[in-house]
Design a protein around this ligand. Sequence first.
Ligand code: MN
Length: 377
Amino acid sequence: MPLLPDGSEKGLRGYAEERGVRRRIGMAPPAREIDRHAPYKRIATEEAWTFPELVKAQVDYLNGPDAPDDASLRMAGMFAGLPRLQAMLTDIGAGRLAHMDEYGIDRQLLLLTAPGVQVVRPGDGTALAREANDRAAESCRKWPNRYSALAAFDPRDVAGSVKEIERAMTTLKLNGAVLNSHFQGRYLDEPAYEPILEALAGHDAALYIHPTAPYNAPHYAARGFFGALAGFPHDVWLHAQGLIFSGAFDRYPNLRLVIGHMGECMPLNLYRFDWMQDNADGVPGLRGGQPAVRLKQPVSYYFLNNIWITTSGVGWEPAIRFCMEVMGPERVLYAMDYPYQQSSDEVAAYDAMAIDPAHKRMLMQENAERVFRLGIS
Ligand code: MN
């Protein structure tokens, strides 16, 4: 099934083929120069990459006789058919550094792009996660001042994930972990995945939940809305609320969650979440019929203590200022979303934002150093 109703991929080709070009309409920032002497480093915290063996594993499964009905796997197949996008995604060396220099980005945090290893044939994911983490770690070693990386893991292999998170955080010294939201409709709030939460908390690894296309959702595909216009934020919202209402942050007070794309819009709703909490808090049968959990805190508490957000794809001052106000300036981190979204005007717009200079420095640099334990300053 094609991901867009007319069978085309033009929506994606737009930003893949016209790098840095954006029509100046609506909310897009005006043309500006990047400040080459900004009083902060720019650390971009949700920057996508992949490698050919993973793309091949995704495409082979998609085209094989045992292909599942998985919109995320179809999305991987669509990305695989965009050569310029693939060239940018698979370069975690000099080519990417040239783009970073062009945009004034001091450091990228590398995240294995959606849908990652969690859509390949069951049983193949952990080996590919190990390969991904080895490759990312190699780039971090080679360019220690430019790259950091989050660890990939395949949550369908719980024991393998626990081992790989440990190896990534200790031997490879990566900076946290990334999950591309659901895996064939499963979520980390289900009891089977508890050891993964325990490993993340135990190794002080922040978990970044990045979107993917919703599972088994023909109503999204039929409208071409599997992505950022609807499906992506909806799925991460579900994942995050599931984790909160499972009591994960009460069981692991040190568990840290990072959510991109301006917190997938959730900060705007903290008031309503607290108001509606009684509809879900302690109610049996939620989250796939699991037992009732009554949270120790209001929902907003977890957004102010366990959750950080990044601005990936939303270089928009009113939204950033609002999130800083309600969550605190220490909880909002800069991200670009390279190579899916990239614009020198957007980088320059951050420089021009009327934000307290100390908070701007937290946004662009210091929060990332703290959340991902970058060990630099
Ligand atoms: Mn993204």
